[in-house]
Design a protein around this ligand. Structure first.
Ligand SMILES: *[C@@H]1O[C@H](CO)[C@@H](O)[C@H](O)[C@H]1NC(C)=O
Ligand SMILES: *[C@@H]1O[C@H](CO)[C@@H](O)[C@H](O)[C@H]1NC(C)=O
Ligand SMILES: *[C@@H]1O[C@H](CO)[C@@H](O)[C@H](O)[C@H]1NC(C)=O
Ligand SMILES: *[C@@H]1O[C@H](CO)[C@@H](O)[C@H](O)[C@H]1NC(C)=O
Ligand SMILES: *[C@@H]1O[C@H](CO)[C@@H](O)[C@H](O)[C@H]1NC(C)=O
Ligand SMILES: *[C@@H]1O[C@H](CO)[C@@H](O)[C@H](O)[C@H]1NC(C)=O
Ligand SMILES: *[C@@H]1O[C@H](CO)[C@@H](O)[C@H](O)[C@H]1NC(C)=O
Ligand SMILES: *[C@@H]1O[C@H](CO)[C@@H](O)[C@H](O)[C@H]1NC(C)=O
Length: 743
C-alpha cells in the first residue's frame, strides 16, 4: 500500500494549501450595546446589560462610570475599576486591593492594610474557578473570612528553598476560593510578622486574585516589588455576573423585566446558591442575547474548517446545509466523484509532477474523503502543524532548503506590522509589502486581500506553481506563512519596480531606456515564459502576461511575477479553463472566443508587451479618440500605412536602429496574429530576441549609435562576432524584404 500512502500525503499537501487558504477571519460580532449608548470606555468594551450611566445599563448594578483621571480612562463600577467584560462567559474582570503587612523601621512597628470586597446586593460573585488566594512572606499566616468561611495558609522560608513559579509553602502559599462568595475580608495573624527579618523580607502580602495573572517570583519576598507590580496594590479579580434575583422560570413570567430579549436566545439558570440567571444565544447564533436582535446567525461555512469538507456549504439560519459539486454525489456524508476514476493507476508514473497536483485537485473528492476522516480525529491546529511540516519537507527537498515557513510574527516584524508605508504594490488579489527579515534580507510579502473562495484558491495555486519553478527570470518564492487567517507568500525583493513603470514612467518621470536594454528585458521575460511553457514537466501557462507583471531587479534583469491567473496546461480535453482572467489590452482574442487558454495566449500578450517596448505607449488609452484607444489598432494601421516611424518611441528611433526595430516589429506582428496557430512559440520568440539583442550590443553598433548605453546595465556576455554578423545580415535582409512587401 505504498502508493496509497503517498497519495494520502499529496492529498494532505493540497488540502493543507487549500484549507489554510480558506481559513477566514471570523465576522465581526455586533458591538452588543443598545443604540445610542457608548459601546466602550477607553480600551474596555461595554456590552449590555452593562452601560455607562443609569439609562444605558440594565439596572444600577450594571452601571459604570467612565472617568478620565490624569489622562487615563477608567470604567468604574462604584469605585472598582473594570478592565474587561465577557457576555458569553458572564464574567467581568476588575481590579481590587491586596492586603499588606509591612515593617516600618522608622516607627519600629508593623503597618497593616487589609483588603475587603463586598458584592452583596450586586450582580457579582467571586469566581472560584478563575481566582485563588495567595499569601507571600517568610513568616506569614493570613486568612480570609466570608459569611461562613475562614480560609488561610501559612508561608515560611525556614528550611525551604524558594523557587520562581512555585507556590507551595516556601515563601508563598495558596488556597482555593470557596464557591460563589460575594463578600470577603482578609486578615494577617499579627503573631506572624516580619519584625525580625525585615531586611530580607520587608512585607507580607495576601491577595485574592486571578490565577492566570499570578506567578511566584522570589523577588516578591525580598522586596516590595509585588505590591508595586500590581499598580499600587491593585490585583486583577474575575467575578461572575448574573441577572438577579429570579430563576428563569420566574423571570419569564414577567416579560417586561425578562433580560433575554434577543430572538434565538435562551435563559440559563445559575448553578449556585445565589439565585439568578444569565442569557445565551442559541446554537448556531452568536452575539449579545441581552439586546434586541443581538443574536446573529453564525455563517458556519465561513468558519475555519468547511463543515462540508469539500462539498458546497450553504448557510441557513441557525445551521448550514451541504451539497456536492456537479459530478460528485453524497455518500455517507462525503462528496465523492460519480465515475470511477480511470486515471488512478496512471498516477504514479506522473510522480510528484505539477500535473499530478492538478490531477489531484480534479480527483480530490476521493482523496479528501479519506483525508477528512483522518481530519475529524485530529484537532485543526494539530493538523495544520502536521500538514505544515509535510509541506515544509516537500518544499525543502524541491528548493534545496531555500523554502521556509514563516511565522506571522516574523512577517509582522519584517513589515512593521504591515504598515501602509511598506506597501509596494497591489498585485492580483493581494497587497505586496516590502519587508526586512532578521539578518537584513529584503523580501516582498504578498498578503491575500480578497476573501472569496476563488481568490483563495488562486493564492494557493500560485504557491504550488511557483514552488515548482527555479529560473533566474522568474521571481523566487522564498516561503509562505500558513498560521494566519489570511495566507501570505514571501518572495525575493525585486527593487526596481515593474517594466510598466519603467516604460510609462512613475511620479519621478520617465527615464531613458536604450534599445539594447529593452531587448534584454524582452528576451529575459520571453526566456522565462518559454521555460514555463516547455522546460517544466507540465507546461505552466502564465495567463496574465503584461508589463506590470514583469519586475526589474537591481541590474534591470527581468523577473516574471504574479502567477495568480496561471494554470497548469490541461492534459485532458475536458478540463480547460472557463474563467476569463487576464487584463484588458493584453487578452488573446482567440482565448476570448474559445475560453481556452493556451501557450499561444501568453505569446499574444507578450506581443503587446513588445509593442509597449517599441512605442512607449500604454496598451489601452481610454482618453484617446475611438480609433486610437487600442495600441494594437494604432500599430496595425501604422503598419498598413507604412507610417511605423511615427509611432515608435523617440528614445530608440535613431537611424542606426532601423534594421533592428524592423526585426522587433516583425516579431511583435507575428506574436499578435489573430489565429493562435500562426503565432510563434515562446521559445522561438526568445531565440529571436536573443539574436537581436546580441546584434544591438555588438561593439561596432555601440560605437556608431549615439545611445547612452551606460544608463541601464547591459550584460556583456556576447556571442562571437562571426555569428553576430551573420545574424545581422540575415535580419537586415529580412527587414528590407518586409519593407518592400509592405507586410
Ligand atoms: C463618576 O465619577 C466621577 C469622578 O469619580 C464623579 O464625580 C461622578 O459623580 C461619577 N458619576 C456617576 C454617575 O457616578
Ligand atoms: C497624576 O499624575 C501626577 C504626575 O504624573 C501624580 O503626581 C499624581 O499623583 C497623579 N494623580 C492621580 C490621582 O493619580
Ligand atoms: C501605614 O500605611 C498607610 C497606608 O497604607 C499609611 O497612610 C501610613 O502612614 C502607614 N503608617 C506608617 C507608620 O508608616
Ligand atoms: C456589604 O454591603 C451591604 C450593602 O451593600 C451591607 O448591607 C453589608 O453590611 C456589607 N457587609 C459588610 C460585612 O460590610
Ligand atoms: C511580631 O510577632 C511576635 C511573635 O512572633 C510578637 O511578639 C510581636 O508583638 C509582633 N510584632 C508586631 C509589631 O506585631
Ligand atoms: C523576577 O523578578 C525580577 C525582578 O522584578 C525579574 O527581573 C525577573 O525576570 C523575574 N523572574 C521571573 C521568572 O519572572
Ligand atoms: C414586572 O417587571 C416590571 C419592571 O421591573 C415591574 O415594574 C413590575 O412590577 C413587574 N410585574 C410583576 C407582575 O412582577
Ligand atoms: C444542522 O444540520 C445538520 C446537517 O446539515 C443536522 O445533522 C443537524 O441536526 C442540524 N441541526 C439543527 C439544530 O437543526
Amino acid at each position: 500500500m505504498k502508493q496509497g500512502r503517498s497519495w494520502l500525503l499529496l492529498c494532505g499537501h493540497v488540502f493543507l494549501c487549500l484549507s489554510a487558504i480558506s481559513a477566514l477571519a471570523t465576522p465581526d460580532v455586533p458591538a452588543g450595546q443598545r443604540p445610542g449608548c457608548p459601546a466602550n470606555c477607553g480600551d474596555v468594551d461595554i456590552p449590555f446589560p452593562f452601560g455607562i450611566g443609569e439609562r444605558c445599563a440594565l439596572h444600577s448594578g450594571f452601571k459604570l462610570n467612565c472617568t478620565i483621571t490624569n489622562g487615563t480612562t477608567k470604567a468604574l463600577n462604584g469605585n472598582i475599576e473594570v478592565t474587561k467584560i465577557s457576555v458569553p462567559k458572564s464574567k467581568i474582570w476588575m481590579k481590587t486591593t491586596m492586603s499588606r503587612q509591612c515593617y516600618f523601621p522608622a516607627t519600629r512597628s508593623m503597618n497593616y492594610s487589609d483588603a475587603w470586597v463586598n458584592f452583596t446586593n450586586t450582580p457579582f460573585s467571586i469566581s472560584e474557578v478563575d481566582n485563588k488566594i495567595v499569601v507571600i512572606g517568610c513568616n506569614a499566616l493570613a486568612y480570609m473570612t466570608s459569611a461562613s468561611y475562614v480560609i488561610g495558609c501559612y508561608s515560611t522560608c525556614k528550611d525551604a528553598t524558594l523557587e520562581n513559579g512555585k507556590c507551595s509553602g516556601a515563601g508563598c502559599c495558596q488556597a482555593d476560593v470557596p464557591k460563589d462568595i460575594q463578600y470577603y475580608k482578609a486578615y494577617f495573624n499579627e503573631n506572624y510578622n516580619t519584625t525580625k527579618i525585615w531586611k530580607n523580607n520587608p512585607c507580607n502580602y495576601m491577595a485574592l486574585m486571578e490565577k492566570a495573572a499570578f506567578s511566584f517570583n522570589t523577588s516578591y519576598v525580598e522586596s516590595t516589588v509585588f505590591g508595586e507590580t500590581y499598580n499600587k496594590g491593585l490585583v486583577p479579580l474575575v467575578a461572575n455576573w448574573k441577572i438577579r434575583p429570579w430563576s428563569c422560570e420566574v423571570a419569564r413570567k414577567n416579560m417586561s423585566s425578562y433580560a433575554c430579549v434577543s430572538s434565538h436566545s435562551e435563559c440559563v439558570d445559575s448553578t449556585t446558591n445565589v439565585p439568578g440567571y444569565h442569557c445565551k444565544c442559541s446554537k448556531g447564533y452568536k452575539g449579545n442575547p441581552y439586546i434586541r436582535a443581538g443574536c446573529q446567525d453564525v455563517d458556519e461555512c465561513l468558519e475555519n474548517a468547511n463543515p462540508c469538507g469539500h462539498g458546497i456549504c450553504e448557510n441557513t439560519p441557525g445551521n448550514y446545509s451541504c451539497s456536492c459539486h456537479p459530478g460528485n454525489h453524497m455518500t455517507d456524508g462525503f462528496c465523492v466523484p460519480i465515475q470511477k476514476s480511470p486515471h488512478f493507476p496512471a498516477a504514479p508514473v506522473v510522480g510528484a509532477s505539477v500535473g499530478l497536483v492538478v490531477f489531484v485537485i480534479a480527483v480530490a473528492g476521493a482523496c479528501l474523503m479519506q483525508e477528512r476522516r483522518k481530519l475529524q480525529k485530529i484537532k485543526q491546529n494539530y493538523f495544520r502543524q502536521h500538514g505544515g511540516l509535510i509541506l515544509f519537507e516537500e518544499m525543502k527537498s524541491k528548493q534545496g532548503g531555500a523554502f521556509k515557513i514563516f511565522s506571522e510574527e516574523e512577517l509582522q516584524q519584517a513589515t512593521n506590522r504591515f504598515s501602509d508605508q511598506q506597501v509596494v504594490g497591489h498585485g492580483g488579489h493581494g497587497t505586496v509589502y516590502k519587508g526586512l527579515l532578521k539578518g537584513g534580507v529584503e523580501v516582498a510579502v504578498k498578503r491575500c486581500t480578497a476573501i472569496t473562495e476563488q481568490h483563495k484558491k488562486e493564492f494557493g495555486k500560485e504557491m504550488l506553481i511557483l514552488s515548482q519553478i527555479n529560473h533566474r527570470n522568474v521571481v523566487k518564492l522564498l516561503g509562505c506563512c500558513l498560521e494566519v487567517e489570511v495566507p501570505m507568500l514571501v518572495y525575493e525583493f525585486v527593487p526596481n519596480g515593474t517594466l510598466f513603470h519603467l516604460i510609462h514612467g512613475n511620479r519621478h518621470g520617465r527615464r531613458r531606456i536604450s534599445l539594447a536594454s529593452r531587448l534584454g528585458i524582452a528576451y529575459e521575460s520571453a526566456d522565462a515564459l518559454a521555460y514555463l511553457h516547455s522546460s517544466t514537466s507540465t507546461p505552466i501557462l502564465h495567463g496574465d502576461v503584461k508589463s506590470s507583471n514583469i519586475l526589474l531587479d537591481g541590474d534591470y534583469m527581468a523577473k516574471v511575477s504574479d502567477f495568480g491567473a496561471s494554470i497548469l496546461a490541461p492534459n485532458d480535453e475536458s478540463q480547460f479553463v472557463t474563467i476569463v482572467q487576464g487584463t484588458c489590452g493584453y487578452l488573446d482574442p482567440e482565448y476570448m472566443q474559445t475560453c481556452q487558454l493556451t501557450e499561444k495566449s501568453d505569446v499574444y500578450s507578450f506581443g503587446v508587451v513588445l509593442l509597449e517596448l517599441l512605442t512607449g505607449k500604454k496598451p489601452l488609452n481610454l482618453n484617446a479618440p475611438d480609433d486610437e484607444k487600442s495600441l494594437l489598432m494604432v500599430f496595425m494601421s501604422a503598419v498598413m500605412e507604412n507610417k511605423l516611424e511615427e509611432i515608435l518611441d523617440d528614445q530608440i528611433k535613431g537611424e542606426n536602429n532601423v534594421e533592428f526595430l524592423e526585426g522587433v516589429v516583425e516579431l511583435a506582428k507575428h506574436c499578435l496574429e489573430m489565429c493562435g496557430q500562426n503565432r510563434p512559440t515562446m521559445k522561438e520568440v526568445a531565440d529571436k530576441l536573443d539574436r537581436l539583442r546580441k546584434v544591438v550590443q555588438h561593439p561596432w553598433e555601440q560605437q556608431n549609435s549615439g545611445e547612452d548605453q551606460s544608463l541601464l546595465g547591459v550584460p556583456s556576455s556576447l556571442a562571437s562576432s562571426t555569428i553576430v554578423s551573420d545574424e545581422y545580415f540575415s535580419i537586415k535582409k529580412n527587414a528590407i524584404k518586409n519593407l518592400q512587401s509592405g507586410r
